[in-house]
Design a binder for this molecule. Structure first.
Ligand SMILES: *Cc1c(COP(=O)(O)O)cnc(C)c1O
Length: 441
């Protein structure tokens, strides 16, 4: 049934839209297509009160929605007041606003708070929760804000964090957030949002109808040239009432009628390029199935890579569940250096997506053992990058230095990954051999 709907959308006579000067209309149409194929709830479609808008980057999108959230909060707080009384109420309330993210949020959320001129706090996450934001952590942060007379007005959650591709627990978050009705809930899915094309991830979007905004970058994993960051909002009015200032030189009878979409009021800049055209080309060229095949091929490659790393548990430790084609691992310490047997940890409740943490012993390493494994991992990483055949990226998660391998490049195939794996194994084995030689002396 839904499949029919999508294919109908994709075989519609789109050619007519291209011939008309309807630049705005094409953007509205292709973004509705995108919302549908990503299985977003209907509240994000333009037919209702929501809709999508193209932004330059996820960074710009988060500033935009944070400002909209701030204005919505201040308007509600000063409702019924006027004149100086209203101004004072707004100024006082603004000084107590606080935006929230998590320790795994992209640095752009803190930067957005800096730009928006509000306080920012990141909520702790834990390896035992696979680095996801949980409802209970959110609840205790909200309570602590209340105790300090701070007013949380915005929360950025993540689907696919940058360091490990962790996914926050959206259903729990939505449930807890009901206690703060004016808290704007944002989903940053800049990279991994593309995976929502696949039916096995669509259950993740069920709670999204309780969220205010969702952002993903087509330019990261969906075959589109930079820049194509797509922002969906549940209530476009919350954007336009925050960002619309209409001087006389921008007025015309159509805009005044309130019946047209003026995307200038959904974003920071006034001018904008015809970026919807490239989305149209990508969608019409690959089709929904082509895009799905592209993403699922990368995820399968990522799983293959993770399985090779797991097979060499004598050399490597995976620190968070591999997800969305990303595997994050460290060089393991030789077994004798492990201090205590792994502390029994609570089985992690996941979104049904990821197996629980594979190696809970890592966080219980003594600090000197952690230093040692960090040193080994960083040395392997630096030597491989210095050799220059492949380039790895790294990240520090909860004090653990880790190597990241992602298989989401359009042209990556199993041969590339196999070669990368061989290089990583060879470099690690030779480093460990050196160490043993050193120890023996
Ligand atoms: C890449 C990324 C960003 C930043 O994206 P820009 O479009 O470069 O601003 C933000 N959040 C996440 C989760 C990302 O993966």
């Amino acid at each position: 049934m839904l499949g029919e709907l999508y294919s109908a959308a994709f075989t519609a006579p789109a050619f007519n839209w291209l011939c008309s000067p309807a630049v705005t209309e094409l953007e509205t149409i292709v973004l509705d297509w995108l919302a549908r194929i990503l299985h977003l709830p209907d509240c994000f479609l333009s037919e209702g009160e929501g809709g999508g808008v193209m932004q330059g980057s996820a960074s710009e999108a988060v500033v935009t929605v944070m400002v909209a959230a701030r204005e919505r909060y201040l308007n509600t707080a000063s409702e019924g007041l006027s004149g100086k009384e209203k101004e004072d109420k707004i100024a006082h309330t603004r000084s107590r606003l606080i935006a929230l993210g998590t320790e795994e949020s992209h640095s752009r959320v803190a930067k957005a708070a800096l730009i928006a001129g509000v306080r920012y706090q990141s909520i702790p996450t834990h390896l035992s929760d696979n680095l996801a934001l949980t409802g209970s952590s959110l609840l205790s942060t909200l309570e602590s804000c209340t105790r300090q007379s701070l007013l949380p007005f915005f929360l950025s959650t993540t689907l696919g964090t940058t360091a490990t591709c962790a996914t926050d627990r959206f259903a729990e978050i939505a449930h807890v957030a009901k206690l703060s009705p004016n808290l704007w809930l944002h989903i940053d899915a800049a990279y991994a949002g593309a995976a929502l094309l696949l039916p096995q991830y669509s259950h993740l979007t069920f709670p999204f109808s309780s969220f205010d905004s969702f952002n993903m970058n087509m330019h990261k994993w969906l075959l589109t040239n930079f820049d194509a960051s797509i922002l969906f909002v549940r209530a476009r009015k919350s954007l336009t009432s925050a960002l619309s200032i209409t001087p006389s030189y921008l007025r015309n009878t159509y805009s005044d009628s309130g019946l047209v979409t003026d995307y200038r009021d959904w974003q920071i800049p006034l001018g904008r390029r015809f970026r919807a055209l490239k989305i149209w080309f990508v969608m019409r060229t690959y089709g929904v199935n082509g895009l799905k095949g592209h993403v699922s091929r990368h995820i399968a490659l990522g799983e293959t890579f993770a399985s090779w790393i797991r097979e060499r548990s004598d050399l490597f430790t995976i620190i968070a569940p591999p997800a969305y084609a990303l595997t994050v691992f460290t060089v393991s310490l030789p077994p004798k250096t492990h201090i205590a047997p792994p502390a029994p940890s609570e089985p992690a409740i996941t979104d049904g997506l990821s197996p629980p943490l594979l190696h809970p012993q890592l966080p219980s390493l003594s600090s000197s053992a952690l230093e040692q494994t960090n040193h080994l991992t960083q040395t392997v990483y630096e030597r491989i990058n210095a050799a220059g055949e492949i380039w790895l990226t790294s990240s520090v998660v909860k004090g653990i230095y880790a190597i990241r391998v992602v298989s989401a490049n359009e042209r990556t195939d199993e041969g590339h990954l196999r070669r990368a794996f061989e290089i990583i194994v060879a470099e690690t084995e030779s480093l460990l051999k050196e160490q043993r030689r050193g120890d023996g002396e």
